[in-house]
Design a protein around this ligand. Sequence first.
Ligand code: FES
Ligand code: FE2
Length: 335
Amino acid sequence: MTGRYPFSGIPSGWYVIAASDELRPGDVVGRRYFGRDLVLYRTMSGRVATVDATCPHMGAHLEGGRVAGETLRCPFHGFEFDLDGACVRTPYAQGAPARAQLRTWRVREQDGLVLCWWDVHDKPPEWSVPELDLAGWGGLGVHRYRIASHPQETTENSIDYGHFTSVHSFPNAEMTRPVETDGPHLQSGYAITATLGAIGLPRARVRVAFEVDVWGLGYSLVNLHMAGLGLRGRLFVLPVPIDEEHIELRLASRARHPIPGLGPLLRRVVHGQFRQEVEQDIPIWEKKTYLERPALAPGDGPISEYRRWARQFYPDPSSPAPGADSSRQQRLHTP
Ligand code: FES
Ligand SMILES: [Fe+2]
């Protein structure tokens, strides 16, 4: 074991690497995820691609490149790469070298989010995150944080019922649905009785039901329902590993209410409350130690079940990372 966490490498799964709004047609942005330098771009027709940042011709960083129609043009010698990473054009007369193949990453764009598949052995995905029905739902609010933590920790938070009162001041949290798992999918549910201080009614109380819907360690959706107010919310907790000890965390949310005019206001309220609650967790995540054998007490929530389920996403520490390993990649998977 090296570093702060006892896990062997970055868990496999779909991770949200951008909200759709972060990439307009023609945008080329550099990002560091999965311990690698990547470049994300959107073609002029609107398709999103993620590629290794290093140009296979002579190593330029492609963040300085630009989109030319449906290709990405390197800033150094102007070679152009298509969405499959093939070099399809050079400024020279003799055509493109077959060996100039740019590594591409599997991406899907759905529900206003760009998801990227990570697997250290480059195994193709055997599951996907289901698309959501957006009818009646308002726009997506998104905030991004860079924090010293791990997807294992941020995802665990959704079923760590023991901290709801002490950190978030949720009164009387009760589990309404025990944890159920099915492959990469985990579900659970709980309910609280909350005050409505966020909308200026500190003495009013309302029951709030939460259904937790987790797909891998990169995508947690908490469905919120305040039946008394007719309000539904979708709260997305979306960590993506920068490296083994840091994540970029996106919080995204949508709201739905039968009175359409209330939508934008309620979305702001729901998103603001959501941010406030996660911002209470962040300093704890940044400093906490991940205990493999925690001293669990009755009332702690289904921590053990969650951890057993989460193991499936980790690479087998006995099989080394394949291919021409960079020293960085080697380090990522050395237990
Ligand atoms: S380094 Fe990219 S085209 Fe030469
Ligand atoms: Fe929390």
